[in-house]
Design a binder for this molecule. Structure first.
Ligand code: GLN
Length: 330
């Protein structure tokens, strides 16, 4: 028979519905249940034996750590079942890149795990969810997608869940990795071009089965006229790490540096990332003396992905050198 693929549905625009076919941007996310999504793409039955589970039904900007943990635990449990060959997660696109990276870090499986969303609801003209879902299921059903880490299937591209990000919100070509896609999926066939170099899934030191909760990690933005209010407030609320969503090479305003040094002295981890649009890349000890201040750099991870890795890493260590090693390796 055909490979068995489970679709875990969480909501988003791929499950969205609008009033008119012309409503490509004005609609309600997270309305259509998973069985209806599956029924809407009868061609799925040609590539896999598919069943669905409604894990939640939310817009992904409202996804909290509790849901992230519950979803990853369900993915991990299914991946251990002999009667499951691949898993698809349907997801809102706003935090899809965070969930895909989280699963990539904590689920120990070489079975294909494919995260998918859409930019237009199924009720709109030229809706993209149908083909995205078909592609995701066909990838999850394929042998050659195994061992490549969590994948994101959007707009015919196969990107690594590690570094793919939503780069623009009004186009169907929304998801890009700064380092390029791993491959393409066309008419149910995968075409691979490169492999992820960073540790993931079966080679990860993190395991969702051993993670019960995630520590508080917050993000503060860097811009002209920046001040230290947000950083201090986050520390007061108990943040274990603060991601500096910095300008350029993770640069930090001279009005903010003293607060970050003070907070580091109190035990808060300071992680420099960059919010530049096409993908940041923060070089250690450039812009700021990270060794001297005992700060961490997020490497090429955008601020929201840096939050995910910091939270996962802090479940194992609070040693800043270890944390920096983890930021280089994942
Ligand atoms: N395109 C989308 O999926 C965005 C819808 C919604 N904001 C979400 O992320 O769930």
């Amino acid at each position: 028979g055909l490979p068995n693929v489970v679709i875990l549905a969480t909501g988003g625009t791929i499950a969205g519905a609008g009033a008119e076919a012309t409503n490509s941007a004005t609609y309600q996310a997270a309305k259509v249940p998973v069985d209806k999504l599956i029924a809407g793409v009868p061609e799925l039955a040609k590539v896999a034996s598919v069943r669905g589970e409604q894990v939640f039904q939310i817009a992904s900007e409202s996804l909290a750590n509790e849901q992230l943990l519950a979803l990853a635990k369900r993915v991990a449990a299914l991946s251990k079942q002999g009667d499951v060959d691949g898993i698809v997660v349907t997801h809102g696109t706003d935090t899809l890149e965070e969930t895909a990276y989280f699963l990539n870090l904590v689920v120990h499986s070489d079975k294909p795990i494919v995260v998918v969303g859409s930019m237009r609801p199924g009720t709109a003209m030229s809706a993209d969810g149908m083909l995205n879902l078909f592609n995701a299921v066909s990838v999850a059903a394929s042998q050659d997608a195994r061992g490549k880490g969590v994948l994101v299937a959007m707009n015919d591209e196969l990107n690594s869940g590690r570094d793919v990000a939503k780069m623009i919100n009004i186009k169907t070509e929304a998801f890009k990795s700064p380092w390029g896609p791993l491959g393409m999926v066309v008419e149910g066939k995968n075409y691979w071009f490169r492999l992820p170099a960073k540790r993931h899934t079966v080679n990860s030191e993190f395991d969702i089965d051993k993670i019960a909760s995630l520590p508080l990690v917050e993000i503060a933005y860097g811009q002209g006229n920046a001040n230290d209010t947000a950083y201090r407030a986050f520390a007061d609320k108990g943040a274990k790490a603060i991601i500096h969503a910095g300008t350029g090479n993770g640069s930090v305003s001279n009005r903010v540096v003293p607060a970050l040094r003070e907070l580091r002295g109190k035990g808060v981890q300071i992680i420099r990332s960059s919010h530049v649009n096409a993908g940041g890349f923060v070089v250690r000890n450039a812009e700021q003396p990270d060794d001297k201040y005992d700060w961490i750099v997020a490497h090429d991870l955008n601020p929201q992905k840096a939050r995910i890795l910091a939270a996962v890493a802090l479940t194992k260590t609070s040693d800043s050198k270890e944390l920096q090693r983890i930021f280089w390796e994942y």
